[in-house]
Ligand binder design. Structure first.
Ligand code: PMP
Length: 351
């Protein structure tokens, strides 16, 4: 057994896996999902499309219909796009494609954990640069480390998970201009901020923008979107596994993308609830809430482990981010339905 384990790369054996909290709670506000199901009429259309999918056949390897709909939605030509089984898979594809020589990645922290986990797993050295006091990036520090380590990739989650803010566009553009690395602007939460760096793709060959359908109501379908210049997409597409988007996901997502007005309505409901939740959270004694441009709010309490446990006892699950450093006693709550947010706020007031 031990000998078998030794065959696994040391960097992987040393990794802490990405943890999903599976505690069962009636109010689930831990995973940045859209709390609203599809309305019945649209769900029926999805069900019909699913029932017509040929399960004995491989899916369309290029997910043509879905890609065409996404191209219209994002106003980008199709050859600027590559789809993934969630944007997690696209992050992995970028890291695999750049894992030659002595590969290195630069990430501002705190940020989404998969950049580091996947980076280490595929052989990159990972260099972390702390965010400043307002959770913005320090472009000079990033550019300097990137040059020194000849880093091949920089991941900028903007808006950032878990801090909830967008980095300054000027600073992000400075990093794109001044570094020779691929700069991955991860806009997983971009739909809630209404802003995007997609318009800059034409000017910058080293810019990659990631989007996802996960946060806006389709987390179960696992559809991630990569946008970059066609020459770069062609190279990265060679790493993509054949048939990475299954037939059922292609069929279901295509129906939803033809009805984006429904999703846009849900995004509006979430962003207005976010403001109400933020205002109320700020007023609770002992809570510091940070401004949010996304579908979740980062906040700090005196004892996050205790608050997390007491919330679970009351049937409410949020994410406990408590660890030494910038996130000490910090927690992240996803914006839910008005009733879910009320339940969370009431519980917080009592705690
Ligand atoms: N990027 C960021 C910043 C995220 O927070 C997440 C989800 N936690 C992802 C990417 C991955 O999203 P998915 O694979 O569901 O598209």
């Amino acid at each position: 057994m031990e000998k078998a384990l030794e065959l696994i790369k040391a960097e992987i054996r040393e990794l802490y896996p990405y943890k999903v909290d599976e505690t069962c709670c009636a109010v689930k506000l831990d995973a940045n999902e859209n709390p609203y199901p599809l309305p019945d009429e649209l769900r029926d259309k999805v069900n019909k499309a699913l029932s017509e999918a040929s399960l004995n056949r491989y899916p369309d390897p290029y997910a043509r219909e879905l890609k065409e709909l996404i191209s219209k939605w994002l106003s980008l030509p199709e050859d600027f796009l590559m789809l993934g089984n969630g944007s997690d898979e696209l992050i992995q594809a970028i890291l695999i494609a750049t894992s030659w020589g002595s590969p290195a990645v630069v990430i501002p922290t705190p940020t989404f954990s998969m950049y580091k986990i996947t980076g280490l797993a595929v052989g990159h050295s990972v260099f972390e640069v702390p965010l400043d006091d307002s959770f913005d990036i320090d472009p000079s520090a990033i550019i300097e480390i990137c040059r020194r380590e000849k880093a091949k990739v920089i991941f900028l989650s903007t808006p950032n998970n878990p801090t909830g803010n967008r980095y300054s566009d000027e600073k992000v553009l400075e990093v794109i201009r001044e570094s020779h690395a691929l700069v991955v602007v991860d806009e997983a939460y971009g739909d809630f901020s209404g802003k995007s760096l997609i318009p800059y793709l034409n000017d910058h060959m080293n810019l990659i923008v990631l989007r996802t359908l996960s946060k806006i109501g389709m987390a179960g379908l696992r559809i991630g979107i990569m946008a970059a210049n066609p020459a770069l997409i062609s190279e990265l597409d060679k790493v993509r596994l054949p048939y990475n988007i299954n037939s059922l996901s292609q069929a279901a997502a295509s129906v939803v993308l033809k009805n984006m007005d429904v999703i846009e309505g849900q995004i509006d409901a979430i962003t207005s609830e976010r403001e109400r939740l933020y205002d109320a959270l700020k007023e609770i004694n002992g809570v510091t809430a940070y401004p949010s441009e996304v579908n979740f709010i980062l906040f700090k309490v005196k004892n996050a482990d205790m608050v997390h446990k007491e919330l679970i006892d009351k049937g409410i699950l949020i994410k406990n981010l408590n660890r030494q450093g910038r996130l000490e006693n910090c927690m992240r709550v996803t914006v839910g339905t008005p009733a879910e947010n009320d339940a969370f706020l009431n519980a917080m007031e009592n705690i």
